[in-house]
Design a binder for this molecule. Structure first.
Ligand code: NDP
Length: 323
């Protein structure tokens, strides 16, 4: 028996239940992982509330790191004791879990388990957004919403390293300072500044080639207004709620805009894509271009407290659940 957080019925943070579960032995292609750190991500909230439906009961969480404890038939590249991490599939909020070996990446010595659990999903998301969805060029000015968040702080650093000028939205002055210390040249404090007007002012009316919007409902329309003609609207999250439907005609009226709604799992679907994303991320961290600090730690059994903090916008950067 091992301990895990389960959701028996979707709802508020109180539905996260600390249960005994049976993990069992790994089947063909699987390993059993003893987890040492688990990533906290906003997608965990969407699963818990039912915005992204899952058959219940389920163990939430999509990211973790730890040590291989048992190897199933047909897995020839991993051994007991190897340090690994993963981003997806769901089932991370547990002391131990079974997982398909082809979703695991080996951890280099210079990346700790805790760092890996804190950054793999958020960092590979930053890679997807900045290197593949809209490949950022030196000299680009870009807008990153929730710039002091988990994905946000990694994006600010990565984009700055690529030579871009980052404009970022945050809700407080304290978060503005953190974003600025991580490469965000122009933090906009949304509690007292209008981000559309600020983008217009900062760019001298030229506006932007790309907006990365993870906030969703509250910012979507404003984000479209920040784009130059033929700009790319990248809607990749719903922290404030899902975006209402729009007519494609709106994209024409706003300047022949492009709109995409990417999901990481479609960008790391093959082993080659997963390895490229993870290796580029590890390289950025190893060379000091991206610093990943764990800003909040919560014991796994207190996952409800972690969710409350995340939803109340009290966290900055990355958070982990400790085992
Ligand atoms: P964050 O650490 O960024 O936390 C969310 C932040 O969103 C908050 O800190 C807050 O920052 C901002 N926010 C704005 N409005 C609200 C609101 N009404 N309620 C709560 N927060 C709000 O989380 P993550 O780094 O884990 O994820 C960032 C986003 O990226 C999420 O939307 C997530 O779903 C998305 N994502 C998408 C992926 C994909 O594949 N498409 C993969 C990974 C993440 P502030 O107070 O400064 O406004």
């Amino acid at each position: 028996m091992t301990k895990a957080i389960q959701v028996h019925q979707t709802g508020g943070p109180e539905v996260l239940s600390w249960d005994d579960i049976e993990v069992g032995e790994p089947g063909p292609g699987q390993v059993r992982l003893r987890q040492t750190a688990i990533g906290l991500n906003f997608i965990d909230v969407y699963h818990r509330t039912g915005l992204y439906p899952q058959p219940a009961p389920f163990i939430p969480g999509v990211e973790g790191a730890g040590v291989v404890e048992a190897v199933g038939p047909g897995v020839d590249w991993l051994r007991t004791g190897d340090r690994v991490a993963y981003s997806g599939p769901i089932g991370a909020y547990a002391e131990e879990r079974l997982i398909d070996a082809d979703r695991l990446v080996s951890l280099p010595d210079e990346v700790s388990d805790e760092q890996a659990a804190a950054m793999l999903l958020q960092g590979m998301t930053a890679h997807m957004l900045l290197r593949r969805v809209y490949p950022v060029q030196a000299g680009d000015t870009i807008l990153v919403h929730a710039a002091a968040g988990g994905v946000g702080l990694i994006m600010c650093q990565w984009a700055a390293a690529l030579g871009a000028m980052v404009i970022g939205t945050v809700s407080t002055d304290a978060k503005a300072e953190i974003a600025q210390a991580h490469g965000c040249a122009h933090p906009i404090v949304t509690s007292r500044q209008d981000f559309v007007a600020e983008v217009d002012r900062i760019t001298g009316g030229a506006k932007l080639p790309v907006v990365y919007d993870s906030v969703g409902r509250d910012t979507f329309m404003g984000s479209l207004d920040c784009l130059a003609p033929r700009g790319m609207m990248v809607s990749f999250g719903n922290a404030s709620g899902p975006v209402d439907p729009i007519s494609p005609l709106l994209l024409a009226q706003k300047g022949s805009l492009f709109l995409t709604r990417p999901t990481l799992f479609h960008y790391v679907a093959t082993r080659a894509e997963l390895d490229t994303a993870a290796n580029e991320l590890f390289e950025m961290v190893a060379t000091g271009k991206i610093r990943v600090e764990v800003k909040q730690r919560f014991p796994l059994k207190d996952a409800a407290e972690a969710h409350r903090a995340l939803e109340a916008r009290q966290t900055t950067g990355s958070s982990v659940l400790t085992v």
